[in-house]
Design a protein around this ligand. Structure first.
Ligand code: NAI
Length: 344
């Protein structure tokens, strides 16, 4: 039996993972706490840990887990910016779920965008109060507008297809352009020409704060920004300034740089310490969802199935791990090849 300490458990994780418990040779201990340097001790006696987007997997945590004999860390998500993959190399195998439902995220991006531009969230609140006024609810047609997509990978490509269905013109910036059908442009041109900008690239040292004051200066007045990727891609202070100065027409945020201590939890009875987040949420043209884009039944089932397969492969397949984030060649982003041998 492979024993797995499962950090940051929510009730929807249990529902999808419990169906695999023990029958398939993997036993999960569901822990509500996030993985941090302080909570890493809870992993003592386990073979592996399973973590999500806001668990801390820095060098200190990796060293602790390695000391306890943990052999692998299974990310039940795609993004791995919270993991020091370089430090883990040679010590602990890191696996992730590269795709579970790109449709879930792309569709959520479009749902937020439609809600924001057509003021659906405001209309919903009004009609519940029998307020049938249309004042202030004017939106704009998507047809004929230009949408700039940053990162045309699995999610970005589906978002592009959805936008094509609306008759939008699409510009793409991607560090590693792959699809011949796209009109690729440099980032500055995308900023200058887009009515809507949707971000679908990973958070790396290079992309951190790619939307900052300087970038916002280059954008069209009234631009709508959608971020379902990672909060750190946007400098939230610069975004707030852009909104206050009326340069940014609207923002749809499923992620926020300082989300780790806030998102996924019910904070409704608490004073919000994060003033920047409070200010953003208080803006009439900002919609925030709490890292919800992945949350569909299909995605949760795929996450559980792939994670269990990843874990079993590492322990049972001569150590060749499915979906390993391998640091051996130094460039994880470009390391898409099928692995037929151990990473280390
Ligand atoms: P992917 O790896 O299929 O695509 C990422 C794309 O970004 C690739 O085409 C890549 O070439 C491009 N890229 C890499 N570095 C870049 C750079 N410096 N500048 C511009 N483009 C760059 O990843 P996928 O599955 O499409 O996911 C994208 C992101 O979505 C993930 O990194 C993750 O952060 C986020 N995500 C958010 C979820 C949510 O619930 N809000 C759920 C799943 C993923």
């Amino acid at each position: 039996m492979i024993k797995v300490a499962f950090f940051d458990t929510k009730e929807y994780d249990r529902a999808s993972f419990e169906q695999y418990n023990e029958d398939v040779g993997v036993s999960f201990k569901f822990l509500e706490t996030k993985l941090t340097e302080d909570t890493a001790d809870l992993a003592k006696g386990y073979d592996a840990v399973c973590v999500f987007v806001n668990d801390t997997v820095n060098a200190a945590v990796i060293d602790k887990l390695y000391g306890f004999g943990i052999k692998m860390i299974a990310l039940r998500c795609a993004g791995y910016n919270n993991v020091d993959v370089k430090h883990a190399f040679g010590k602990i195998h890191i696996v992730h779920v590269p795709a579970y439902s790109p449709y879930a995220v792309a569709e959520h991006a479009m749902a937020m965008l439609l809600a924001s531009v057509r003021r659906i969230h405001k209309a919903y609140n009004r009609t519940r109060e029998f307020n049938f006024s249309l004042s202030g609810l004017t939106g704009f047609d998507f047809h004929g507008k230009t949408v700039g997509v940053i990162g045309a990978g699995k999610i970005g490509r589906i978002f592009i297809d959805i936008c094509r269905g609306f008759g939008m013109h699409i510009l793409v910036y991607d560090r590693y352009p792959a699809d011949k059908d796209n009109e690729y442009v440099e980032l500055d041109e995308l900023f200058a020409r887009s009515d809507i900008i949707s971000i679908h690239c990973p958070l790396t040292d290079e992309t951190r704060h790619m939307i900052d004051r300087n970038a916002i200066t280059k954008m069209k007045k009234g631009v709508v920004i959608v971020n379902t990727s990672r909060g750190g891609l946007i400098d939230a202070e610069a975004l707030l300034e852009g909104i206050k100065s009326r340069k940014i027409g609207a923002a749809c945020l499923d992620v926020y740089e300082e989300e780790a201590d806030v998102f996924f939890e019910d904070r409704s009875g608490h004073i919000m310490d994060d003033e920047l987040l409070s200010r953003l949420i208080s803006m009439p043209n900002v919609i925030v969802t709490s890292h919800q884009a992945f949350l569909t039944e299909e995605a949760l089932n795929n996450i559980a199935e792939t994670t269990v397969t990843n874990i079993k492969s590492c322990f049972e397949n001569n150590g060749i791990c499915n979906n390993e984030l391998c640091y051996r060649c130094g460039n994880i982003e470009q390391c898409k090849k099928e692995r037929k041998e151990k990473c280390f």
